[in-house]
Write a protein that binds this ligand. Sequence first.
Ligand code: CTP
Length: 408
Amino acid sequence: MTGSLEPRPLHGQRLLVCVGGGIAAYKSLELVRRLRDAGAEVQVAMTDGAQQFVTTLSFQALSGHPVRTSLWDSAAEAAMGHIELARWADRIVVAPATADLLARLAHGFANDLVTTLCLATTAPITVAPAMNHRMWQHPATAANLAVLRERGVQIIGPEDGPLAEGESGPGRLSEPGDIVATLAGGHAATAAARDLAGMRVVVSAGPTYEDLDPVRYLGNRSSGKMGFAVAASAARRGAEVVLVAGPVHLPTPAGVSRVDVRSAAQMREAVLAALPADIYIGAAAVADYAPRVAVPNKIKKTGEKLELDLVRTPDILAEVAAQTQALKLVVGFAAETENVEHYARGKLKAKRLDMIIANRVGIAEGGFESDQNALTAYWKDGEREFASAPKTRLADALMDLIVERLNA
Ligand code: CTP
């Protein structure tokens, strides 16, 4: 059988492999060879540390391209500037990703070529960590990884096993074959996943704060994580995404333009200003009531009782759904503690939505502040359940359904 009949699952993919400075760098030579066997076009960038372990010449021979090592190499920049290289890549694969490199990526450093490329790209990023097991298990590394995961970075490995220093534990770079298989598996999704290119998606996320006086507000426990994950997922599929965010401390997902607001009234204004759009996803937990007036001075305690004078806020979702401009899909969220389907379907109808995504709140696992969530989507003549999963994964599954309903 000839080689041409072998499957080339990464055919046409442009992969930028960024090599970090660890002993596992030698395995990345094999990774580059296998990625090319799988049909990918590969370019390589190396950190200074990586060059202590493997030469640029080896990677050049295996990738078939000159290897990039510095931001300050004028000849290389003239051939292909680093921003151009960041744009060239369909995906960046950081392997091995050392503890130091993960920290710099998590904090948005751009102090060498590799971190600059990762910051300048809008392509998805995969990291394959490799390090000593104590460094892997250190809370600082765990926290950096959590930040990267939240941002939608794909993490492969590491494996458990013997490490370079004669010790054993988690920290071995995943086998090149396994990294290629994971990338090839994900490739089907990425290829199908440019299906929102040319579309404009507006997402609201997080809570709103309604000021009572200069020091107090009415708020809720929404973390914004679900809405941010949905916005990130839509951007990965090629959409132009505007994310209207209530007060949350979350990093802005790659490729998303963000508008920060505080109150329901500000959120309404920002959402309406972001229209027209093809899709609106109302994931924010908008306050239903706000103080009639926010008083300029601190409310002093007087009697035994304090009564607040609250008025209904505008229903942003219903207002967007009632717009005459050609929105293709309007999706709402419903947080319910009981009779989930009944209440969710009631809102679907009353607000004239195309779909509502309900989650049960108030149970031990999942809901507002959690990273996990279980959801059910309802539309006029159908429903779909999503089992408990990390919000980033759920967001991708929800976007699959949204695209399905868009084409229904
Ligand atoms: N929503 C909105 N504007 C509001 C209130 C809610 O856009 N002023 C949107 C939310 O973004 C979410 C959906 O409406 O998509 C939630 O519906 P809602 O009826 O507000 O749910 P609850 O506040 O949970 O309502 P209830 O207390 O009646 O269950």
